[in-house]
Design a protein around this ligand. Structure first.
Ligand code: NAP
Length: 216
């Protein structure tokens, strides 16, 4: 089955920060780019974040600042650290999918399933994280045609580093913030078919990634 088309998208300060520090959320997008991000959500079949983003921001991942359907929420969570209080477990239209590994405790699976989640056990990569190619294969088999990856830094980096990203859309907010850099590893990728536009005071950069380039 065909893997979903993957869009990695996030908001960063001009100097590349996603947040002031891990675990300290930062609202970077202006109202127009926030609406654009929600339009993007509505245009994707599924949306994915890493579990640290759930622990830090408790996001809803729904479409609220635009009209359109909510994407299927997915969390990368190798050890099932997602809290039972997470708002994603009370999603208005979808059952939360937790992508995990065989290392996750069975009792956490039972508790999260009782709270309404669907737990998907997948192979682990060499770091013990959810193997992303296996996840994309599984999503393809479910008929998920498009996936929006919204963060945080480790998740963005993993999708870029493993060359699993088809399109990158970055909101550049006119701020300088020392903090958590969006790219959490040595990486040097060349973008092509680059388009830029202003939305309010933010710059939206959209590009494709040349997968023939070698990640450092
Ligand atoms: N500005 C923005 O657009 C934006 C968007 C989202 C988040 N954020 C910010 O980003 C920060 C969180 O980012 P973060 O880098 O700490 O964490 P993250 O990317 O949200 O989550 C990373 C965690 O996901 C789990 N994971 C499982 N499989 C993985 C895989 N294959 N690759 C990567 N991670 C995998 C790992 O935990 P386990 O080992 O436990 O599985 C890993 O530690 C927060 O401060 C949040 O506010 C900003």
């Amino acid at each position: 089955m065909r893997r979903p088309f993957v869009t990695v998208t996030y908001a960063q300060s001009l100097n590349g920060s996603l947040a002031a520090a891990p675990g300290r959320p930062l609202a970077l997008s202006g109202p127009q780019s926030l609406a654009f991000t929600h339009q993007l959500r509505a245009a994707h079949a599924a949306i994915l974040v890493g579990v640290n983003t759930v622990l830090s921001d408790d996001p809803q991942l729904t479409v609220r600042h635009a009209s359109g359907p909510n994407p299927q929420p997915i969390v990368l969570d190798s050890r099932l650290r997602c809290p039972l209080s997470a708002r994603l477990l009370r999603h208005p239209t979808h059952t939360l999918w937790l992508a995990t590994t065989e290392a996750a405790p069975a009792e956490r699976q039972a508790a999260l399933e009782a709270a309404g989640a669907r737990v998907i056990r997948l192979p682990a990569d060499s770091h013990g994280h959810v193997a992303l190619p296996a996840l994309l294969d599984w999503l393809g088999a479910q008929g998920v045609a498009s996936l929006m990856v919204e963060g945080g830094a480790q998740t963005i980096t993993a999708f870029l580093e493993q060359r699993l990203t088809d399109r990158l859309i970055v909101t550049l907010a006119p701020r300088l913030v020392g903090g958590l850099n969006a790219i959490a590893a040595p990486l040097d990728l060349t973008l092509h078919n680059v388009r830029c536009r202003m939305l309010g005071e933010d710059v939206i950069v959209e590009a494709e990634i040349d997968h023939r380039q070698t990640a450092v």
